[in-house]
Design a protein around this ligand. Structure first.
Ligand code: NAD
Length: 487
């Protein structure tokens, strides 16, 4: 234990950056709070342009050797990291829950196993990654997946380790070195990941973790000329700043941003299923980018749907996320809570009606809320709240349903509840979204392309699409023996 260690439920977390295989402290710190009760978890090294430059330099120095490491060896180390994650699922789960307030039972059973799977999946995908060679007038064409170089990965607080490793794993598999910048409201599990990666034998400098406020350290990372890729998950305003900063070096970007996704419920849907899908949108206290926060219901079943929804939602248990019985935990920060309540109160003033909720409860808990009587062009329908707040609108026919569904600047996901497969085909073909679910939600395979349309993002990651992004694809054309070009 040192002055640079904090403990969460007995788990020691180093509060310093991880640069070039060493712990590095900043002169300044920021305070990390637990959303469960607002308690202080510790003082975290607060990175500046100096630490950003050091981390990129370390990633640059480590790049040639890592890029030159065989695919089999890279895959072996990624599996060793997955082993390390699996050994520490309990520790990672309690630290993540304490740091960001999401449910402990979800972390234990779903999220942390998925973190390990991120490493296993991209290790295995790397080994089968091929591009068919082909021939052009006797010349062979060989396409290779060359590692691109140091990659800056910037992640949000709502699913910290899950979203970080969804980028770290493919970047490392591709042969790139990494500078990871976790969110300032939930930085702890990224520090534990650095420990796990080092124990798994990842060479120094291949993974670096720098902490701090995006506004203070972000620019130095994203405008750095030695950075070859930037992958960002977060909000639209930050994405615009990063894109402007990356433009100086034309650094390729992958942007996974916000959403205002619809759930379309047709009268022919299984109503119990539709209600379950709708109530599920309060998961993680509504802090899920993919959440279907706009419920669109066919007019003829709207009253019945609303009644059943309110009954189901009333059964949700809100409270301490460490309690197994809890369904909804706290929101991440008092600032986020104020933002959520601001959206709701402005909507109520504008004429919305709260079927349930509509107010702050206590501490950092916001009452699960459903608002009706909302206009399509209103703020509450158009802007991402990122809290347990849903709206309900009605439609008369398919055309109106699709018009409302596509009527925002976002296009991350959409969910359709219908009992008619032909309708499902017609409707999904017209929806603008990176992912569409029919009669299900959140089924995500790592080999599927993932990303958003319009303001929900730029590019796709997942399976081969991740390697498309993190690699420089090269085509080498070789003439046949004795071939001469006589023009
Ligand atoms: P945010 O944009 O405020 O912050 C995200 C990250 O960017 C943090 O690490 C932050 O420190 C960093 N950052 C801030 N300013 C920066 C700058 N100028 N340069 C570089 N980095 C900077 O987002 P948030 O509030 O942490 O996360 C919530 C948002 O993330 C929501 O909009 C949500 O929809 C989105 N999100 C999207 C997905 C997806 O996969 N599409 C997944 C989860 C969350």
């Amino acid at each position: 234990m040192t002055e640079h260690t904090l403990t969460v439920a007995g788990v020691a977390v180093d509060t310093r950056h991880w640069i070039g295989g060493e712990r590095v402290a900043s002169t300044d710190t920021f305070t990390d709070l637990s959303p469960i009760d607002g308690s202080v978890l510790g003082a975290i090294s607060r990175g500046t342009a100096m630490e950003a430059a050091a981390a990129v330099a370390a990633a640059k120095a480590a790049f040639p050797a890592w890029a030159g490491t065989s695919r089999a060896e890279r895959a072996r180390i990624l599996h060793a990291i997955a082993d390390g994650v699996e050994k520490r699922i309990e520790e990672l789960s309690i630290v993540e829950t304490t740091d960001n307030g999401a449910l402990l039972r979800s972390h234990r059973r779903g999220v942390m196993p998925r973190v390990a799977h991120n490493f296993r999946f991209f290790a295995d995908w790397l080994l089968k990654l091929e591009h068919e060679d082909f021939e052009t007038r006797g010349h062979s064409n060989h396409v290779s997946w060359d590692p691109a170089g140091p990659s800056v990965l910037i992640t949000p607080w709502n699913a910290p380790l899950m979203l970080a490793t969804w980028k770290v794993a493919p970047a490392l598999a591709a042969g790139n070195t990494v500078v990871l910048k976790p969110a300032e409201w939930s930085p702890l599990t990224a520090s534990l990941l650095a420990d796990i990666a080092a124990e798994a034998g990842l060479p120094a400098g291949v993974l670096n973790v720098v902490q701090g406020y995006g506004s203070e350290i972000g620019d130095a990372l994203t405008s750095h000329p030695d950075v070859r890729r930037i992958s960002f998950t977060g909000s639209v305003p930050t994405a615009k700043r990063i894109a402007a900063s990356a433009a100086a070096n034309l650094t390729p970007l992958s942007l996974e941003l916000g959403g205002k996704s619809p759930l379309l419920v047709f009268a022919d849907a299984d109503l119990d299923l539709a209600v379950d899908l709708a109530v599920e949108q309060y998961d993680n206290a509504g802090q899920v980018c993919l959440a279907a926060t706009r419920i669109l219901v066919e007019e003829s079943i709207a009253d019945e749907f609303t009644r059943r929804f309110a009954d189901r939602a009333a059964q949700l248990k809100q409270g301490d996320p460490r309690d197994e019985a809890t369904d909804i935990g706290p929101n991440i920060h008092l600032r986020q809570l104020e933002k959520i309540d601001g959206f709701v109160q402005r909507a109520l003033v504008a004429g919305a009606r709260a079927v349930i909720g509509g107010h702050h409860k206590n501490g950092q808990y916001y009452a699960p809320t459903l608002l009706t009587d909302v206009a399509q062009d209103s703020e509450i329908v158009q802007e991402e709240v990122f809290g347990p707040v849903l709206t309900l609108q009605t439609f008369r026919d398919e055309d109106e349903a699709i018009r409302l569904a596509n009527g925002t600047r976002f296009g991350l996901a959409a969910t359709v509840a219908t009992g008619d497969p032909e309708r499902a085909e017609r409707v999904t073909a017209q929806l603008v979204a990176g992912t569409v679910w029919v009669n299900c939600f959140f089924v995500r395979d790592l080999q599927a392309p993932f990303g958003g349309s319009r303001h929900s993002g730029v590019g796709r990651e997942g399976g081969t699409w991740s390697f498309d992004f993190y690699c420089d694809l090269k085509n080498t054309v070789t003439a046949p023996k004795g071939w001469k070009d006589h023009g």
